[in-house]
Design a protein around this ligand. Structure first.
Ligand code: ADP
Ligand code: ZN
Ligand code: ZN
Length: 757
């Protein structure tokens, strides 16, 4: 007999400690990694078994232990490696173990219980958490009588259809669903007739839900370039060795990184390994998913954020049982269970969307992936045209192998980039958001039957609304941000909380009627583009892509030529490969450069390079126009040459001078509170605590900045204060915070390695 220590994740309270429960006779199989149902402060809750421990020898203590009530599932959810990964996360990201473990389990943590009774209504047992339901469909299977009838040809004359249907069923390995039968020319009426005549059995067949169909269209295998070949060989060796080697695959846009991923994945699958491929956003990756499907067919599983719980349950089941070999998924796919993980690929590894910034725990999927590789021995490939500077620095230091793809395989050159000074447009009395040069280029591109992409990183129509008399800007009553005018809905919208309000007739401050609209968003740009001859426009931003798969839809329609100009926010800049695109225009190219954030340059350079990289991927050269009011900006100048290495060397020097990552570690503490004063006080208390430790000679190299209001000082009616911590190594600081009362404060967030500050 033994007891177990259980980690409990309650949404309302952060429980860092674990709780001990006894294990009844019938559940003696329970060990670390099992999900269980346990009684906890008057409720039944989900718990995760961390370890077995011996029962206390003290009889009183022993009798106080409550028993585990049930086991969830029929196998432990966590294997040793998953549990170890969760422990690493708890340490590194400063969350409770239960919070980290919860991320690995699809669905919510609520416990649902259903009583199973016998015919007399007596309770037999309870079934817990049936939420992950198997989906079944009606199917037919030939039986003995059917086989006999087929052999004897009984139906051959009087019921030809049924005879043929028996033939189809006899060929099948198992039962055939109604739709599978239809594909072979057997109608459901005929199948039903067979069942009624006792020649086939109607059964239920489990189908795995999969929102992607698995059409096979294996393309001809390309001849790899020497650089691609070299990269593939090195990665394949690492897969064979299974010693957790990692790679940075740095390849300019259009250099054929995907082809290298495919070869490596195929090598791993052939050797019996499973592959995890992380992508920033599935919606923008439809093309990539298709290419993988062409190679791996039904061995692929796809996990995107719009999967239902049941669909996700199916995907996880296919990975755990080894039924699928390749998982392509967004951030949360890093928590999938695997039978035999051998390779992890992180595409566009620099992308901010790998970091969970909104909810705790604030983890980075790329770094969780690195840990899983370290624990399993799987090879890790991080791919990007513009790597995260921290990853790049690691490669320079030799912590991972640096692989380069320096040219486009089809011989296409990088596009020519030109900067247009928008101040000159104003002097020439051109008040359009489109410069004359871009207008002309657009018209010529359209006339040549080619396509263009226009990027403007602000959605809506006008981006702020101001009173001409008193200068008041209309802001969201719940958030400290300007309201944005949306012409389609004829209202003002908050891009933070989604709050809407009618168009103001007068200024709420001074009642003047001289309300004016300033700034331009994608809707206004769309309107102006439509004025140009021959130009047909599609718009892609958060407002146009609310529906499931809308992104993929718009991209497909654009690729099919339904329009010749695609205007949108940064989502138009990423991932896709449309050979007919020869022109890219970036409006307000400097807009992200001036944010008060140490990563602003990195982000701007990356976005501009990615955007430029959409042009000239086919056999015609590309042309790119950056519009700006700040043409001499050095980052913009570097982006023109798309020379990442020069940019990176310069930026690393800056980071070193100002002591930022990768030379320092950073931790952002954020306090959120309905009460502004209370929030500030809590933030100050943390700072005092850390300062007092410094006065005692501890945490010597820790730098503390703040508290100060966040960039958006209020959101969803909550005031937000930040404290920024920097040190060469934050280990001791983290320990000090985790040993304090602050760790269980529900409104204090620890954000390790923040992507924005
Ligand atoms: P990246 O992901 O690096 O931006 P892709 O993998 O999308 O680039 O490749 C860009 C284009 O080059 C694709 O159309 C792809 O089919 C093509 N391509 C890749 N490798 C080769 C090759 N070895 N030979 C010819 N074409 C290639
Ligand atoms: Zn006013
Ligand atoms: Zn708001």
């Amino acid at each position: 007999m033994f007891a177990v220590n259980v980690a409990i994740n309650l949404p309302v309270k952060n429980l860092f400690r674990q709780f001990t429960y006894s294990v009844p006779e019938a559940l003696q199989f329970i060990d670390s990694g099992w999900r269980v149902v346990i009684p906890f402060s008057g409720q039944k809750v989900e718990g995760f078994v961390v370890e077995r421990v011996s029962l206390p020898s003290d009889e009183v203590l022993k009798s106080k232990l409550k028993p585990v009530e049930a086991a969830l599932g029929d196998t432990p959810w966590f294997d040793k490696e998953m549990l170890a990964t969760a422990k690493w996360m708890a340490d590194y990201y400063m969350c409770s173990l239960a919070e980290a473990m919860r991320l690995f389990v699809p669905g919510k943590s609520s416990i649902k219980r259903r009583a199973v009774r016998d015919a007399q209504g007596r309770l037999l047992y309870y079934v817990y958490n049936e939420r992950l339901q198997e989906k079944t469909v009606l199917a037919y299977r030939i039986n003995a009588a059917g086989r006999q009838a087929l052999a004897e040809g009984t139906l051959a004359k009087r019921a030809k259809g049924q005879h043929a249907a028996l033939g189809v069923l006899a060929q099948a390995a198992g039962a055939l669903s109604v739709s599978e039968l239809a594909q072979q020319g057997v109608s459901s009426a005929v199948a039903r007739a067979l069942a009624q005549n006792g020649l086939a059995d109607a059964v239920q067949k489990r189908v795995l839900r999969n929102s992607y169909n698995t059409e096979q269209e294996r393309g001809e295998s390309l001849q790899l370039t020497a650089e691609q070949q070299d990269a593939a060989v090195k990665i394949n060796q690492a897969i064979d060795a299974q010693r957790a080697q990692s790679f940075l695959l740095q390849g300019i846009t259009g250099s054929g990184k995907t082809e290298v991923y495919l070869r490596a994945a195929a090598h791993a699958v052939d050797a019996g390994w499973q592959v995890l491929m992380l992508v920033p956003e599935i919606a923008l990756t439809a093309q990539l998913v298709k290419r993988f499907q062409a190679w791996f067919g039904s061995e692929i599983a796809v996990a995107h954020s719009k999967l239902s719980q049941n669909e996700r349950g199916d995907v996880w089941y296919r990975m755990r049982t080894g039924k699928a070999r390749v998982l392509i998924g967004v951030r949360s796919a890093v928590f999938a269970p695997f039978e035999k993980l051998g390779l992890v690929i992180v595409d566009e590894e620099h992308e901010g969307s790998y970091k969970e910034e909104d909810h705790r725990p604030h983890y980075n999927a790329r770094d969780v992936a690195r840990t899983r590789c370290r624990l399993t021995g799987a090879a890790l490939v991080l791919g990007s045209a513009t790597p995260d500077l921290c990853t790049y620095y690691k490669a320079l230091q030799g912590e991972c192998t640096h692989l380069h793809l320096t040219s486009r395989p089809n011989g296409a050159a990088l596009p020519k980039v030109e900067i247009v000074d928008m101040r000159k447009e104003l002097e020439a009395r051109n008040f359009s958001v489109l410069s004359r040069a871009l207008q002309q280029a657009l018209v010529m591109t359209a006339a040549a039957g080619e396509q263009a992409i226009v990027l403007l990183n602000r959605r809506g129509y006008s981006t702020f609304v101001m009173c001409r008399d008193c200068g008041q800007t209309i802001t969201c009553p719940h958030c400290a941000v300007a309201m944005v005018y949306h012409k389609k809905n004829e209202d003002l919208r908050c891009h933070y909380c989604g709050n809407t309000m009618p168009l103001p007739q007068e200024c709420p401050n001074c009642h003047s009627r001289r309300i004016k609209y300033f700034g331009s968003g994608t809707q206004k740009a769309e309107e102006q583009l439509q004025q140009l001859p021959e130009v047909r426009v599609l718009r892609m931003d958060q407002d146009s892509t609310v529906a499931k798969f809308a992104h993929a839809d718009i991209l497909r329609r654009f690729a099919d030529g339904a329009a010749n100009v695609l205007i949108g926010t940064q989502m138009v800049a990423k991932g896709h490969d449309i050979p007919n695109v020869t022109l890219v225009g970036v409006l307000a190219a400097d807009s992200t450069l001036h944010l008060p954030d140490y990563r602003a340059s990195e982000r701007a350079f990356s976005l501009l390079t990615q955007a430029a990289g959409r042009a000239g991927r086919g056999d015609r050269p590309g042309h790119v126009i950056f519009q700006t009011y700040d043409p001499d900006n050095p980052i913009l100048q570097l982006a023109v040459t798309q020379d990442y290495d020069t940019f990176a060397k310069r930026e690393l020097q800056e980071r070193k001078n100002y002591f930022y990552p990768p030379f320092a570690q950073m931790l952002k503490l954020q306090v959120v509170d309905k009460d502004e004063g209370a929030g500030l006080v809590l933030a100050q208390q943390v700072v005092f605590y850390l300062q007092s430790l410094k006065l005692q000679g501890k945490l010597e190299d820790l730098l503390i900045a703040g508290p100060f209001p966040s960039l958006v000082a209020k959101a969803y009616d909550l005031y937000r204060f930040n404290v920024l911590l920097k040190a060469q190594d934050l280990k001791e600081t983290k320990e000090a915070l985790l040993n304090s009362e602050f760790k269980e404060k529900a409104n204090l967030y620890f954000n390790v390695d923040p992507v924005s500050v």
